[in-house]
Design a protein. Structure first.
Length: 441
């Protein structure tokens, strides 16, 4: 581990790389003011890596410069930070502040019906934590994060929902360990325990979303909002495969169908069936823009029931990570039921072996996704080999082809082909086994 001075030098050298590129390309400097863009500017891979190194070094410096007990205090106090920001969202505070304006605590307190001094105390903590801003004493305005609530309502609703769910769920992880120490029963997830209604049986996340229409709506917003982030962008799905090679695609667990819409925009010959649970399908049908109607259809299909649609390709984005191994295998077995020789399966997920372990922010994203998936669903983040083993033990007829991980993407795409009659001898392109595959044969 480098010392503070070495880390400071890394930051200084990498800052030079970033500043040089920003100046050359006329990119404005990073800013947290309310009119700053949500997304980072498009930069070269060298500049992107320099930004990642700066962020990693800054995290390490902060850790080195904080005594261990204080560090743990800071960590558990994050719960108050999150609780405070969530409470302000619950009160509707970020919706009551106009962009390019500030408002006095007095006026704001009257609108959201809470004591002025109490409101000011919570806003000041939130602002110190990076949400809202106090431009002058006694007044509050937006910064770049809180401005999202005025600029993009769909993303704001999804974020607000995320704050609520995370806070309740995280507190039940210990109880989930007690109920299912193997971590494989989706009915015993921290989420299920935290959402149990008095006297009612435990239900899974997906059962609840199906039962509560408001949650189903928020969930679809969350998925669409997440797909807007650079590292999860649809551009990576578009570039992961030569989509001219197929005509029909089943978007399994496709939610509002945003993956299909992105592909449909770029490849005009493609037709899609988006499958999901009944409530999700009903919502998606309503929100589908007219221009897609002849090419994208929706239907209810349970991931665990035999697939009925025969298509050239089956796309599973963010499906497998929500399930423990035995259930994930069942999903693959169900898919095989309708597949013809040569059909493709794509698994679009974060892979543990893609993680840059030298970059704290990327490691945290992977570790956090892994734990979030366990806490919500008893799912997990897997490595490429774990996925290949899982798919091939589900059905030997799936042949692993390759992994695509477009630059800048945090998700990979694993491509498999369904081979109806496995070749007897393994010569030639059709029958050849990749080294990884041989390990599982
Ligand atoms: C994490 S979301 C992924 C959505 C979309 N593929 C994306 O990338 O944004 C998982 C989806 O699986 C759907 N789902 C969950 N259980 C299902 C089941 N048993 N059968 C069909 N769909 C299911 C959910 O409704 C949800 O839309």
């Amino acid at each position: 581990m480098s010392g503070i001075k070495d880390l400071a030098e890394v930051i200084s050298e990498d800052a030079d790389i970033v500043i040089k590129e920003f100046e050359e390309k006329n990119i404005p400097d990073f800013s947290w003011s309310e009119d700053a863009p949500f997304a980072f500017p498009k930069v070269s891979p060298e500049c992107y890596e320099a930004i990642q190194r700066i962020s990693a070094a800054a995290v390490r410096i902060q850790r080195l410069a904080t005594p261990p007990v204080n560090f743990l205090h800071m960590l558990h106090d994050k719960c108050y930070e999150i609780g405070a920001i969530k409470a302000l969202m619950d009160l509707g505070v970020p919706y009551e502040i106009f962009l390019q304006n500030d408002i006095s605590y007095e006026d704001l307190a009257r609108i959201v019906r809470i004591d002025k001094d109490l409101l000011a105390r919570y806003v000041r903590l939130a602002a110190a934590a990076g949400f809202l801003f106090e431009p002058r004493p006694g007044f509050v305005s937006h910064n770049v994060t809180s401005a999202i609530f005025m600029k993009d309502r769909r993303t704001a609703h999804a974020l607000h929902w995320g704050f609520k769910e995370a806070l309740i769920t995280a507190s039940e992880i210990s109880e989930s360990f007690k109920m299912d120490p193997t971590g494989r029963n989706p009915y015993c997830s921290a989420w299920s325990i935290s959402h149990r209604e008095r006297g009612e049986a435990l239900e899974t996340y997906w059962q609840r979303i199906e039962r509560v229409p408001e949650d189903a709506k928020q969930y679809q917003s969350l998925m669409v909002a997440t797909a807007k982030l650079e590292q999860y962008s649809m551009e990576h799905v578009i570039s992961c495969f030569d989509w001219r090679l197929v005509n029909t695609v089943v978007d399994c667990g496709g939610c509002p169908g945003h993956v299909s819409m992105a592909l449909a925009d770029r490849f005009h010959h493609l037709k899609f069936v988006v499958q999901d649970l009944p409530q999700a399908v009903a919502l998606a049908r309503k929100s589908l823009p007219k221009r897609y109607k002849s090419r994208i259809t929706f239907e209810h299909n349970d991931l665990f029931k035999s697939q009925r649609v025969t298509a050239d390709a089956y796309f599973y984005r963010w499906i497998m990570h929500s399930w423990p191994d035995d259930l994930a295998r069942e999903i693959m077995r169900a898919a095989a039921k309708a597949m013809n020789h040569g059909a493709k399966i794509f698994i679009n997920e974060m892979l543990m072996d893609d993680v840059d372990w030298d970059c704290e922010s990327i490691e945290m994203e992977a570790r956090m996704t892994d734990i979030r998936m366990h806490a919500l669903h008893m799912g997990r983040v897997r490595s490429m080999d774990e996925y290949i083993a899982l798919v091939r033990t589900a059905d030997k007829r799936f042949r692993f082809e390759r992994k695509h991980c477009p630059p800048g993407s945090l998700l990979s795409v694993l491509e498999f082909t369904f081979i109806e009659f496995p070749p007897v001898d393994s010569a030639g392109t059709d029958g050849s086994l990749t080294p990884v595959q041989e390990d599982y044969d």
